[in-house]
Structures are given as C-alpha cells and as structure tokens.
Design a binder for this molecule. Sequence first.
Ligand SMILES: *Cc1c(COP(=O)(O)O)cnc(C)c1O
Length: 417
Amino acid sequence: MIRINENYLKLKASYLFSDIAKRVAAHQQRRPEPAVIRLGIGDVTRALPDTCIAAFHEAVDEMAADATFRGYGPEQGYDFLREAIAENDFRARGADIDADEIFVSDGAKCDTGNIQELFASDVRIAIPDPVYPVYLDTNVMAGRSGTFRDGRYEGIVYLDGTADNGFIPDLPAEPVDLIYLCFPNNPTGATISKEQLKTWVDFAAANRAIILYDAAYEAFIRDDALPHSIYEIDGARNVAIEFRSFSKTAGFTGTRCAYTVVPKSLMAYTASGESHSVHRLWNRRHSTKFNGVSYPVQRAAAAIYTDAGKRQVAELIQGYMANADIIRSEMQTLGYDCIGGENAPYIWVATKGDSWAFFDMLLEKAGVVCTPGAGFGTCGEGYIRISAFNSRENVTAAMDRIRRSLKRQCHLEMTNG
Ligand SMILES: *Cc1c(COP(=O)(O)O)cnc(C)c1O
C-alpha cells in the first residue's frame, strides 16, 4: 500500500488569497463600478528593463544557430552571471563573497523552501511571525513542526514581530539551530540595522546555528546605513546563507531568476559533532535536483549589472518607492501608524482593530483591495499590508478613494455620536 507523507496533513490550508478573491468577487457583483484597485498583490507590475530585454533577445538568437547554441549549462549558473553578482552585489559593498559561492536558481521561493533538506529532521527551527509562509510550510512538510494547537505548531520557535519591537524580533530565549530572517521584510516592510543584525550573527555563532537570510527586497533600501547583505556583518560568513532574487529587483517574477549564497566557510555538524561544509552539501543537492536556469534568462539577469541596467533598475525601484511614499504619507495623515514603505515596497498599517474588518471596510467603502495581516501569522492580526507594486495612476486613485471614504466615515461617526 502506497502511503503518503502524513506531515502534509498538518499543513494549514491558507485561505488568505482565496478568501480575498471571494470577497472581492462578491463586492464586484454588488458594485461593478468603479472597478476595484488592487494594492494587495506581492507581484510587480512594470515591464523588464530595456537592457534586460535586449540581452534576452540576443541570447535567444544565439540559441537559433548551431554555432552559438547552448545545451545544458553549469547547474550552479554561468560564470558571467556569478562573477557579476559577486562583484556588484557583494564585493562592491565590502562583503567578501566569491563567484563560486553563488548558486543561480529559478527562484528564492524554491531555494528558501529546499534549503531545509540539508539539515536534520529534529533541529530546532525559529521562524518569524508575521512571515512569508514558505519557511514554515516547508518545515511542516519535512516533519519538523510538531502538532498544531491553539493557532501555532508546538515544535516551532516563533519569533514575534510586534509594535513594541518594531517588527524586528527579539533573540529567542532558548537555543535554536536554524533561524529564518527576512529584511527588508515581507509583509511588514521593516528593516534591520547593522548593529541589530550583528546580535543575530553573534547569537548564531554562540549556538552553532545557521541563519537563513532572505534579502529578496534589498534593492528597495534607500537608507545608506542599512545592510543590503548579511555578509556586511563581521562573522556572517561562518553562520549565514543568503537568498536573493531578481523578481522584485528587476521585474523577473514571470521570467524566473534568483540566487543563493553559501559561503565555503559555513559548517554544520553530524550528531557526533563532526563538521561538514554546507557549501558542499548544497552543491550536491543543487546539481542532483536542478539543471540550471535557461541561458537567455541568465543573460537577461546579467544585463542588470551593466551601467544602463543599473540605471534602469534604479528607475524601476524609484517608481515603486514613490508609490510607497504616497501610500505611507496618506495613511499617516489619516491617523494610522505605519511601518515599512521607506526601504521596502510594503506598508504595514495598524488598523486599530480586526484586520479582516478593515479589509472589508476598504473594499466596501473605497473599492481598494489590501492584504489582511492575520493571513501572515497570529502577530499580523490588527494590521493590513498595502503593496506599492502598481501604477502611479492606480496608487493615487486608490489613496484618493481611501481618503474620501475614511473622511466620510469619520464624519458619519461624528454626526451619529
Ligand atoms: C517575492 C519573494 C521572494 C522571491 O521569490 P522568487 O521565487 O524569487 O520569485 C522571496 N522571498 C520573499 C519574502 C518574497 O516576498
């Protein structure tokens, strides 16, 4: 009898996006006009930079002639891309990373999901709340979560993000082995300083733990003092794996290209305490289960590192961040506390009450779709996430609608009360 991996039965179905879709559909049925504006999505809306498209086209043409055609490439990625990444994303910032420590892949989602395979099934895992759901669900699938009770898995150490800690979790009170961190954060938009990140690196070193650092949004950092990479912190090469993606940086969500950095100095241990290179293990896993990102896509990604590419990516990011500025300042003017939006494309708004009720109110009164924070974890209750990934026209129109409807509501409450 073929049996299933029963850990899958412990997964909590995420009703978040289907619930949102149902409520939006019902609203549109009742009120087809004006069309809703979606500020709930975590996907980019603007086209790939011209330089990426030109390199993409050129590489496709190479595939069309026998003399320049390419078959299987190196599983870890072509040297032209790994070198450009090491030079521009790390060495230029004083982070000591070599090209052969970079593993090019088709997404940070797969990499953050697959990395846990390298570690024992009984390691203690620390996961933030609120959180990007991939870290938790992949550990549930792997059998590390324990039983779900009262809204949480018993085997997971949750790192609470709250208004008190500014959504930068405190160090766990107990020893842990594997720590997930994401900065700038999805969903809160919170960022971590070098000093704060250093406390995590030191904690990991003291516990012989590994930090899995998701930096998918580093390109949105505007404050020069903030770290773009964990490897800007002393000692991080011995305790951290970093995940990056071209998805949000350069509009590659549908094109697919990302990378993971595994320093050669990073060690993990057998039960008897013998050290092993994590780079070696990941290389083995990556080359066994993955056959590389397509050549034209890697050419398109490498074009980001040319002068024109850097300029165009910066314009793309500035466009979204100008949206973030509009959203954040409007919500603050309306009297709502906000986190994020300064160095991240997400604004995390305190709703002064139930996050689904606020979602419904924005939908009904303003025809604007956001994401209820409760969908990202128990600590997300009382917040909504507003995304800056949209056109300027849609963002200004959405904020006009929100302003008018909230003022109307406020006026009603005052006249009724
Ligand atoms: C969007 C996102 C990613 C990127 O995933 P890709 O698979 O590279 O598109 C990774 N981590 C977080 C937190 C994200 O929001």
